[in-house]
Design a protein around this ligand. Sequence first.
Ligand SMILES: Nc1ncnc2c1ncn2[C@@H]1O[C@H](COP(=O)(O)OP(=O)(O)OP(=O)(O)O)[C@@H](O)[C@H]1O
Ligand SMILES: [Mg+2]
Length: 97
Amino acid sequence: MQRALYRIAQEALTNAAKHAPGALVRVGVECRRDSVAITVSNTAPTRSPAFDLPGGGNGLIGLRERMALLGGTFTAGADGDGYTVSATIPHHTSTAE
Ligand SMILES: Nc1ncnc2c1ncn2[C@@H]1O[C@H](COP(=O)(O)OP(=O)(O)OP(=O)(O)O)[C@@H](O)[C@H]1O
Ligand SMILES: [Mg+2]
């Protein structure tokens, strides 16, 4: 659970810095009865992203697969002028982390 939450925050914050420089970013974590929900949202960028960004476009795919293994939910996409990543992870996850 902790590793999964860390990985989502790490990837989403890195993405906000890479793809939406200058944006405001909000990270929310909500402990629920059966799960923990994490949401990372950013506003529109205020600067153009750098042209020579490293990365193969696999970060979100990897998170989506990881959340599926844990029996959680995962969404990522444009949110108005900004972008939002949301995941819900059940407390009783499988052994796959
Ligand atoms: N916060 C964001 N704001 C705007 N676009 C985003 C944001 N996060 C992701 N994207 C878009 O979604 C695409 C896929 O994101 P993903 O994290 O999978 O790949 P990446 O960041 O380009 O590369 P990698 O994560 O493999 O280093 C990005 O290339 C970008 O176009
Ligand atoms: Mg990424």
